[in-house]
Design a protein around this ligand. Structure first.
Ligand SMILES: [Zn+2]
Length: 400
């Protein structure tokens, strides 16, 4: 018998993940789900499938296939007939999905055992009978379980956000002081960084603040979080040059709730940023002095100006200004990089407002939790937990 071939993580670039089928490891296409034979674990064979069946996707980057792989793994878990998924895993997944809904709607943890499970039993018992209802009995939804699962999902989302920040290379940080009705003050922190298609904004962490706290203390809090997560102050971008003392000044400014959105900022700096608002309507020699001397920057501006497809994209404007520049950045990193620097610090106020109201709801109405961070993260994020990872590795408990 021929020796078995193994999976190589590079195969994902060709759209293939792996699956164990009757005890044998086989390649599975993340697009159509087709399972090939073990002997097909060869670049040439996988490439033939990709080019032959999904020709339009040949040039997609790895993160595209990673997303597809996540979806596929999720489908595998959801399929109740899949013999590779145990009843235990199904019950755990169901428990995660319900806990996620509880977190997203900011409901008390007890709603799982007090309302959702009994209601689900009623529904299934009356429509499908006792046999199916028994399966629901095994889904754990006690208060402590829900709490623990929300912690794990929060931890999973935090790692996704940290990984995305690291991949972006640069990020801006926003700090807010949030006082809820019980007079507890929380330091709320948010980040903005370059995602795959557009700028992304996410909740980063929150910590209780004593009334006697100084700017220095706040700096230490953020610094210790950065150390724990391996984030670098040098990549934390503020509109000034970044040195530690300036970061402290910046923090001071943010604490006075200075919110400057790009559109509000523009009038005062109309000249300085007009090339970002419309790069097709400026002569290279009219660029602001501080960037016009950057090597190759003018050339890149002229190149994008003569790119008709890009100009068409820009005119259609159904994407945001920042997503346009991220697209440019991938091909013209010098020009795009300068635009990115200018666009990074302008966080929208949406998250902070949503964060404030979420904090008020979660802390005062339902549970007097002293650690609202996991609730905050789950209710504010635009990411979704990787359930497959979570179901298979019940680890990574809250670090606090
Ligand atoms: Zn396929």
């Amino acid at each position: 018998m021929a020796s078995k071939r193994m999976y190589n993580s590079e195969f994902l670039n060709l759209g293939f993940t792996h699956v164990t089928h009757q005890g044998v490891l086989k390649p599975q296409c993340v697009i159509c789900g087709e399972v090939l034979s073990n002997e097909s674990f060869k670049k040439k064979e996988l490439k033939r499938h990709l080019e032959g069946k999904h020709n339009g996707l040949v040039n997609k980057n790895r993160s595209f296939f990673e997303r597809k792989e996540q979806q596929l793994k999720r489908q595998r878990l959801d399929a109740p007939t899949n013999p590779a998924v145990t009843g235990m895993q199904q019950a755990t997944l169901a428990s995660y999905l319900v806990s996620w809904r509880i977190a997203r709607t900011k409901k008390p943890y007890t709603i799982g055992e007090k309302l959702i499970k009994p209601a689900a039993l009623d529904l299934v018992q009356t429509t499908n009978g006792n046999e199916f209802a028994k399966k629901i009995e095994h889904v754990p939804l006690l208060h402590d379980t829900v709490k623990k699962l929300i912690q794990s999902m929060s931890c999973n989302i935090k790692s996704q956000v940290i990984a995305a920040i690291k991949e972006s290379g640069q990020f801006s940080l926003w700090l807010y002081e949030s006082t809820d009705l019980s007079d507890d003050t929380q330091l709320m922190t948010y980040v903005r960084y370059q995602g795959q298609e557009d700028m992304e904004e996410e909740f980063l962490f929150c910590r209780p603040l004593q009334t006697t706290i100084t700017g220095e203390d706040i700096f230490m809090m953020v610094d210790s979080f950065f150390r724990e997560e391996g984030l670098n102050w040098k990549q934390c971008y503020s509109n000034e040059n970044y040195s530690l003392s300036q970061v402290q000044d910046t923090i001071g400014q943010h604490m006075s709730k200075l919110v400057t959105e790009f559109d509000h900022y523009i009038p005062e700096n109309a000249h300085k940023y007009s090339w970002i608002r419309n790069p097709f309507n400026i002569e290279a020699e009219d660029l602001p002095e501080e960037i016009s001397n950057i090597h190759n920057l003018q050339e890149q501006l002229i190149e994008i100006q003569s790119d008709e497809a890009l100009h068409y994209d820009f005119k259609r404007q159904h994407a945001s200004l920042s997503s346009f520049w991220i697209k440019v950045y991938k091909e013209k990193p010098i020009l795009g990089g300068e635009a990115r620097k200018a666009l990074l610090p302008f966080a929208t106020t949406y998250l902070c407002e949503a964060g404030f109201s979420a904090l008020t709801v979660t802390k005062t109405k339902y549970r007097n939790s002293l650690q609202p961070e996991d609730d905050q993260r789950c209710s504010l994020t635009s990411k979704s937990p990787r359930f497959e990872e979570l179901v298979n590795t019940l680890q990574c408990q809250g670090s606090h």
